[in-house]
Write a protein that binds this ligand. Structure first.
Ligand SMILES: [Cu+2]
Length: 160
């Protein structure tokens, strides 16, 4: 019984440690909980999501991304056009001070992994490099999680 409780505590400690490690700062840029949703066999593309925030006075501009997980990574937006949801690539994405970008499955901004090297399997992780204008490149680790789990975990990085 005691052993079990200790193990649970250890696991909880480990989990929170990992959750905290899954956020990084790059100068005044805060990057939280990059995740991607699992794909069925044969899928050629997948969405990836990350929360980006600037804590300083200068906007940050995401100009691209790349990953060994896919041939290309595009910045996408999803919006209603003529009554249908359409995805459209963006050349860049600006993160203004006070206006964090929180990507979530189901709409809005996301990163699109084009031509996957292999299906994304839940529980696995892969590196992704974000390219910022004037701020250089930042490598993050993307966790493969179901949409609801990833979204909840990402929300947990913010005090609300
Ligand atoms: Cu897309």
């Amino acid at each position: 019984m005691i052993r079990l409780a200790t193990a649970a505590l250890l696991a909880a400690g480990l989990m929170s440690g990992l959750a905290q490690a899954h956020e990084l700062r790059h100068d005044d840029l805060r990057i939280a909980h990059p995740f991607a949703t699992p794909t069925p066999p044969g899928a050629v593309s997948a969405g990836a999501y990350v929360d980006l925030e600037v804590t300083g006075e200068t906007p940050a501009t995401l100009v691209g991304a790349h990953s060994p997980a896919s041939e290309a990574v595009e910045i996408h937006t999803m919006e209603m056009a003529d009554g249908t949801m359409r995805m459209r690539p963006l050349p860049e994405l600006t993160i203004a001070p006070g206006a964090p970008v929180r990507m979530r499955p189901g709409g809005g901004h996301h990163l699109m992994l084009i031509e996957l090297a292999a299906p994304l399997r839940e529980g696995e992780r892969f590196p992704l490099t974000l390219e910022f204008a004037e701020r250089g490149e930042v490598e993050v680790e993307v966790w493969i999680q179901e949409a609801s789990e990833g979204s909840a975990a990402a929300d947990g990085h913010h005090g609300h």
